[in-house]
Design a protein around this ligand. Structure first.
Ligand code: UDP
Length: 505
């Protein structure tokens, strides 16, 4: 394949390139973009990542280690205008929001980063060759246009989601069906059934005034997105090749799947500190996992943003208890923490499951936990990062989608890949309507699906074998000669050609 001569040449040329990465300040977006910065810098491309002061602290140890190892990564700190935008002073990340009713304020604050960024843009040397930014920051398209460089988007979602979103926008089939009427997602390589009530906010915004406020934000983002030069995707060909191919056809080939990004974290320290300092002592947690049988523990985490209502949390907790399996349960209460803690204190849940159940209040070192051989299943809300981290870990998944693209990702895990079993959630949680939504998933459902996923019979074994196969594929994808590493090189080459053409013309 590649002769050493060719790759040296490529490295020389790559070192003239400079990619400017602008993430949305939200864990599910920042975490993969920090990983992506490392992967790109490993190809000798200089990378500057835009970040705000508190996020620089939060993600700093991981970035500092990457820089200390010699990777050409730079950090551009911009102050986040929280208070000017009606947000609490220290709120710089979507998971810091006291309520998601402030989502629009958060997007407004993010847009105010444009001017300070443009003020320092001229000082970035060499001149950035492209911007890779979160599509939710539609203003970054204007910056790219102003400086005449390609605007490449990353939104942290799968090609299954990209393709489904595109097909729904074109067919508008969701406008012709009732809320709970099953329909086949149009134009996909597989026959996948969903209902309107499971679709992301763009198609299914909810009824509250706040939800309507977000509608215009989403439509604005969608319109801007269509003008992007290309898209990078945190996925890999062995996982969803037919979806990647279809989406590429739609986008003149400028779709590069270069994941799974989480695989870029090679040592335990990077895994443990990914996304935040963890709320438990990692060593104790690992020691407890060491004491459990291989494949026996269910790891339960619903991402960085979901805050279950106390009644729904109770069902989850009691279902896990009833199932009899050892578990790690990550609790993110936010404004609902008080209600959850009150129940736990009165009910004695924590005391009863002592030794068999570990509670993590706050941030869990997810990738580190998932990599432990004692973990036998992952109960996930199907954020795309968590879903793909589950594939990388090679564990079957219990799927419990909550909002955004999560029902799409459930279909990927359950139907396309076949390592997931759905707990049975039926509708997305709409912004500001969580408390009135009642209980979606009952303790019996949790207990039943836990038994299915841990089943030692033929079906369970098949799922475990499949999960192991995808773990192996995920491991190879970003290594030398892997599909994603090749795609990353093609992406860099594309930007290089574009840059040279621009200089000639
Ligand atoms: N995560 C973590 N510990 C937690 C919660 C989340 O490490 O306690 C990480 C998780 O590994 C993933 C990201 O945060 O990389 C969450 O992204 P995802 O797309 O799964 O869901 P979101 O939080 O955006 O809903």
């Amino acid at each position: 394949s590649n002769s050493p001569y060719q790759s040296t040449l490529a490295t020389d040329m790559a070192s003239n390139l400079h990619f400017l990465i602008i993430p949305l300040m939200c864990p599910g977006h920042l975490i993969p973009m920090v990983d992506m910065a490392k992967l790109i810098a490993q190809q000798s491309v200089t990378v500057t990542i835009v970040i705000t002061p508190r996020n620089a602290q939060r993600y700093g140890s991981v970035l500092d280690r990457a820089i200390a190892s010699g990777l050409p990564i730079r950090i551009l700190k911009l102050r986040f205008p929280a208070s000017e935008s009606g947000l609490p002073e220290e709120c710089e990340s979507v998971d810091d929001l006291p309520s998601f009713n402030l989502s629009k304020n958060f997007f407004d604050a993010s847009a105010k980063l444009q001017q300070p960024l443009e003020e320092v843009f001229g000082e970035l040397k060499p001149k950035p060759s492209c911007i890779i930014s979160d599509k939710h920051l539609a203003w970054t398209a204007e910056v790219a246009r102003k400086y005449q460089i390609p605007w490449v988007i990353f939104d942290g979602m799968s090609c299954f989601t990209q393709l489904s979103t595109h097909n729904l926008c074109v067919s508008k089939i969701h406008e012709k069906v009732a809320e709970l009427e099953p329909f086949i997602l149009p134009g996909l390589p597989d026959s996948i059934v969903m209902t309107k009530s499971q679709l992301p906010g763009l198609f299914n915004p909810g009824n509250s005034a706040k939800a309507k406020e977000m509608k215009s934000v989403r439509e604005h983002i969608r319109a801007a997105e269509l003008g992007a030069y290309g898209t990078v995707i945190n996925s890999f060909e062995e996982l969803e090749k037919r979806y990647i191919d279809e989406y590429k056809k739609l986008k003149q080939g400028r779709v590069w799947s270069i994941g799974p990004f989480s695989q870029s974290n090679k040592n335990d320290l990077d895994k443990a500190q990914r996304g935040s300092k963890s709320s438990i002592n990692e060593h104790d947690c690992m020691k407890w996992l060491d004491s459990q049988h291989p494949g026996s523990v269910i790891y339960v985490c619903l991402g960085s943003l979901t805050r279950l209502t106390p009644p729904q949390f109770i069902e989850l907790a009691l279902g896990l208890e009833e199932s009899g399996f050892p578990f790690i349960l990550v609790v993110k209460g936010g404004s609902r923490a008080e209600g959850i803690e009150k129940w736990m204190a009165e009910d004695g849940f924590e005391e009863r499951v002592k030794g068999r159940g570990v509670l993590v209040r706050g941030w869990a070192p997810q990738v580190l936990i998932l990599s432990h051989r004692a973990v036998g299943a992952f109960l996930t809300h199907c954020g795309w990062n968590s879903t793909i981290e589950g594939f990388c870990a090679g564990v079957p998944m219990i799927t419990w989608p909550q909002f955004a693209d999560q029902f799409f990702n459930e279909r990927v895990a359950v139907e396309v890949v076949g390592t997931g079993v759905a707990v049975g959630a039926q509708t997305v949680m709409h912004l500001g309507e969580e408390d009135s939504a009642g209980i979606q998933v009952k303790r019996e459902d949790v207990c039943k699906v836990a038994k299915i996923i841990m089943d030692e019979g033929r079906e369970g074994e098949e799922r475990r074998q499949k999960a192991k196969y995808f773990r192996e594929m995920a491991g190879k994808a970003i290594e030398e000669g892997g599909s994603s590493q090749l795609n990353l090189k093609l992406f860099i080459e594309d930007i290089m050609l574009h840059t040279n053409k621009g200089m000639a013309g």
